[in-house]
Ligand binder design. Structure first.
Ligand SMILES: [Zn+2]
Length: 188
């Protein structure tokens, strides 16, 4: 398998950055250099894997019901996504709860929706809205609440370097109380 143009371009970029930061002055740098040979190909493969949500589709498997339900859903759904600004990952958990109207959906489908949208280039605010809108449009629940709590490596490793900070976003339907939604999330 030959080296693609993307790999050549990335290789140039990597060495451009390394020259700027002073790489090559230490004896140990020559050891690291050997480990950079496959790095452009690895980076491309990793990005393709982290962005494989564009070809996903989720069938929510809706089924009608006539029961009276309180909040139902899935919490603590782990995800990892790539931030559009820095191409660095942000990871955390998503809580999704809804009060059904006439339909309920397969429980695993909520996690599949998270997987699909988080494996696209994202901002957390936009990810929250996409998950919220998808569920709201298809399921048309009486109430819907989404919470995403995550750590952004672009905030932890660079910039302000606030390593332990968490970024929180909510998507709450207009007819629900935030405290009501939060009260329904199990604290285990
Ligand atoms: Zn970022």
């Amino acid at each position: 398998m030959g080296t693609s143009n993307n790999e050549k371009f990335l290789n140039q970029t990597i060495y451009g950055v390394l020259n700027n930061v002073g790489f090559g002055r230490e004896v140990s740098d020559s050891f690291i250099k050997n480990h950079l040979l496959e790095t452009p190909a690895r980076m491309i493969k990793a990005w393709e894997e982290m962005l494989d949500g564009y070809n996903m589709n989720v069938d929510m498997k809706l089924s009608p019901h006539s029961n009276s339900y309180d909040w139902i859903g899935m919490t603590n759904i782990e995800f990892s996504s790539l931030c559009a600004h820095h191409w660095l990952p942000f990871s955390g958990t998503v809580d999704i709860l809804y009060v059904p109207s006439t339909m309920i959906c397969g429980a695993s489908k909520l996690a599949r929706i998270v997987d699909m949208y988080s494996h696209r280039l994202q901002l957390q605010e936009f990810l929250t809205a996409e998950i919220f809108n998808h569920i709201n449009d298809e399921l048309k629940p009486k109430k819907l609440g989404i919470r995403i709590i995550s750590k952004h490596s672009c905030v932890g490793c660079r910039g302000v370097r606030a390593r332990n900070s968490q970024f929180v976003t909510y998507g709450i339907s207009t007819n629900s109380e935030k405290a009501d939604f939060l009260g329904a999330i199990p604290h285990v």
